[in-house]
Design a protein around this ligand. Structure first.
Ligand SMILES: NC(=O)C1=CN([C@@H]2O[C@H](COP(=O)(O)OP(=O)(O)OC[C@H]3O[C@@H](n4cnc5c(N)ncnc54)[C@H](OP(=O)(O)O)[C@@H]3O)[C@@H](O)[C@H]2O)C=CC1
Ligand SMILES: Nc1nc(=O)c2c([nH]1)NC[C@@H]1CN(c3ccc(C(=O)N[C@@H](CCC(=O)O)C(=O)O)cc3)C=[N+]21
Length: 275
């Protein structure tokens, strides 16, 4: 078997086309939508995303600023900036990049993002609403995984879904989105015993770990649908997923990296800004 590639570029282009129209209408009506990305890390994957998001925003007609507070920023520095942006009437969307400076948890500072401007769903209030099935803005990556599965008509109702990774940005919110779609959800993490035994039960397996090629064929049930969220920089300047390409010989469908979840994430984040 060789897995069907579940590419995200076409879906992303369709979403961006809609966003471009909406942003154009707002611009014509007086002011273009404005996104501010706050970053406090020198993580490479994060820096790449910031540049790529800023460039994608420009192309769809969203004004975008980057507030780089540097990897030494304190919780106080970050909350002060998030609070100021939340109060600024010229700003529609505020996004805080992860990872944060060592020792700082997202939930410690993301409460300072006004839920009305919380375009990556990071505020504990936004996450709480997601957990009770009344989402405001869902984290773009988690939403992108479900959008991609919908795009390829993967049936989630009653399916056994296993998510590897429990971050507040991907794994946890995704577990809630999948539950809302009536999947039976298991979440794995670094303390999970016998990871392969758990992941092998999945009809739909999602890897959001940040470890190059952690998921090998022995982790995957024959015919499973596999979604690779990982975007790990390689020494040669490329990008590798969390899923070993050899999984394509076992899975029925697999998202590519690059060109899978990533482009959809960016498009949905921009959609949240115009919304
Ligand atoms: N394509 C896209 O749109 C996006 C891609 N990403 C990428 O996805 C990846 C994950 O991102 P993010 O969630 O922010 O990462 P985090 O580092 O915040 O979380 C990683 C999770 O993986 C778990 N984990 C680590 N090692 C193992 C292991 N050996 N076995 C099982 N679980 C493990 C951790 O467990 P524990 O909690 O126990 O530490 C943690 O829950 C990264 O590569 C990131 O760049 C992220 C966002 C968007
Ligand atoms: N609060 C927060 N939310 C995030 O969503 C978030 C974050 N912090 N921190 C950093 C990670 C990383 N991330 C990526 C998103 C898209 C691509 C993407 O579009 N990648 C292209 C790669 C293109 C290439 O380099 O060749 C692709 O997959 O096709 C990559 C990485 C979001 N993140």
């Amino acid at each position: 078997m060789t897995a069907q590639p579940l590419g995200g570029r076409e879906l992303a282009a369709r979403i961006r086309a809609r966003v471009t129209e909406l942003a154009g209408a707002r611009r014509a009506g007086g002011r273009a939508p404005r996104l501010v990305i706050v970053t406090a890390t020198d993580d490479e994957a994060s820096a790449w995303y910031v540049r790529s998001l800023a460039s994608a925003a420009g192309k769809v007609g969203i004004d975008c600023d980057v507030a780089d507070l540097g990897p030494l920023a304190t919780a106080g520095d970050i909350t002060a900036r998030l609070t100021a942006l939340s109060q600024d009437d010229a700003v529609d969307g505020v996004m805080l990049q992860t990872p944060l400076p060592a020792g700082l948890a997202l939930a410690e500072v993301s409460g300072a993002i006004d839920p009305a401007k919380d375009v990556d769903g990071a505020n504990p209030l936004s996450l709480g609403r997601l957990a009770v099935g009344r989402p405001a803005y869902a984290p773009a990556t988690a939403a992108a995984v479900v959008a991609l599965l919908d795009e390829y008509a993967v049936d989630l109702a009653g399916a056994r879904a296993v998510v590897v990774g429990r971050s507040a940005v991907v794994g946890k919110p995704l577990a809630h989105l999948l539950l809302d779609r009536d999947a039976t959800v298991t979440v794995c993490h670094s303390r999970t015993r016998d990871l392969a035994a758990v992941t092998s039960t999945a009809d739909v397996l999602v890897a959001a770990v940040g470890r190059t090629h952690l998921i090998t064929p022995e982790h995957v049930r024959a015919g499973a649908v596999v979604v690779d969220v990982g975007t790990n920089p390689t020494p040669d300047g490329g990008l590798a997923g969390d899923v070993d390409p050899a999984v394509a010989s076992v899975a029925s469908a697999l998202t590519p990296v690059p060109g899978g979840v990533g482009p959809v994430t960016t498009a949905l984040l921009l959609q949240n800004v115009v919304d």
